[in-house]
Design a protein around this ligand. Structure first.
Ligand code: FAD
Ligand code: FES
Length: 286
């Protein structure tokens, strides 16, 4: 249920604004040039971009998932934690400056195949941002405040539930999810808001039922989601955001073992940056 995309580009984008959401979590909105409209129309939730730091000593682009794409405004939103020099540099870019972006990378979720089903999105920590574009795509593309109508649940027949797991309050992106999902549930590790525990604790506590699970977050969470989906007999799609180098399939720095042999290369490996980052949970060895 993933789709390989052919919407690759490298282009300069304008920094519209950057704000601190909570702790060390930042949101940066970029405006892309008009010429990229076709590539952006092709973009799928689950795809990511590579943002080039300006400092020449850090040559590799930093992979960051699409958090939100609003074609009417030509904006791409990235939400990220500052963990090192690259992400700190992105957070410090002034409004109006230009940044080099490589996109759209990776595959993405096949949202059409989820139509009419109860889709439960599980986001843990920095796995929360990519779930927002997925929620918005399933719920209806209109951005809050855009004046466009969001189709009703009956028109869509797709029920979108987001379960978001944080270490602790304050929470980030919660209101954005409330505008893009039928229901939003929260779990915090320290119990400061919502269910005390992780996203699956919230699923069990609130009796949330799913036909399809989509998850992004730390590996232990993704393993638990895979096991839960197998126990429930439902499909799960997980997005792996492990370490990466080139981001375009050339260096093999991001391979994951797969259950099935690739018919072309005859190996049981897939590149997360190219065949992923979205995989059926039952097909990768994590
Ligand atoms: C497909 C993909 C999508 C991603 N999407 C997002 C996103 O939406 N938001 C976000 O905050 N981050 C995301 N990441 C992680 C992000 O790319 C890294 O945090 C970033 O590249 C770190 O760059 P840096 O120069 O700031 O830190 P570095 O100096 O490169 O590293 C600082 C520290 O962070 C660790 N680190 C670096 N990359 C990762 C990683 N992928 N996973 C875990 N630890 C890492 C390093 O080991 C080191 O300890 C994504 C990663 C991938 C592969
Ligand atoms: S990061 Fe180079 S092949 Fe995936």
């Amino acid at each position: 249920m993933q789709v390989q995309r052919q919407n690759r580009f490298k282009a300069a984008m304008e920094v519209v604004r950057t704000e601190l959401l909570a702790g060390d979590i930042w949101s940066t909105i970029l405006r892309y040039p008009e010429e990229l409209a076709p590539e952006m129309r092709e973009a799928r939730p689950g795809q990511f971009v590579g943002v080039y730091p300006k400092d020449g000593s850090r040559l590799l682009p930093r992979p960051i998932s699409i958090c939100r794409l609003v074609p009417e405004e030509r904006t791409l939103r990235l939400v990220y934690r500052t963990v090192g020099a690259g992400t700190e540099e992105i957070a410090a870019m002034p409004a109006g400056s230009a940044v080099e972006v490589l996109g759209m990378l990776g595959n993405g979720y096949d949202t059409e195949s989820m139509a009419g089903r109860r889709v439960v999105l599980l986001g843990g920590g920095l796995g929360i941002p990519p779930m927002l574009e997925l929620a918005a795509s399933l719920y209806g593309k209109a951005a809050p405040g855009s004046g466009q109508e969001v189709p009703s649940a009956a028109e869509r027949k797709t029920a979108v539930t987001a379960v978001l797991g944080y270490r602790s309050a304050p929470l980030f992106l919660k209101e954005d999810f409330e505008a893009s999902a039928d229901a939003v549930y929260i779990a915090t590790e320290d119990g400061s808001e919502g269910t005390a525990g992780n996203v699956l604790d919230a699923v069990r506590e609130r009796g949330i039922r799913a036909d399809v699970l989509c998850a992004c977050g730390p590996l232990p969470m993704l393993r638990a989601v895979r096991d839960y989906a197998a126990e429930q007999g439902i499909p799960a799609y997980i997005s792996l955001e492990e370490h990466m180098a080139c981001g375009v399939g050339a260096c093999l720095g991001c391979v994951v073992k797969t259950k099935h042999e690739d018919p072309h290369s005859h190996v049981k490996n897939a590149r997360i940056c190219t065949e992923g980052p979205v995989f059926p949970a039952s097909e990768v060895e994590i």
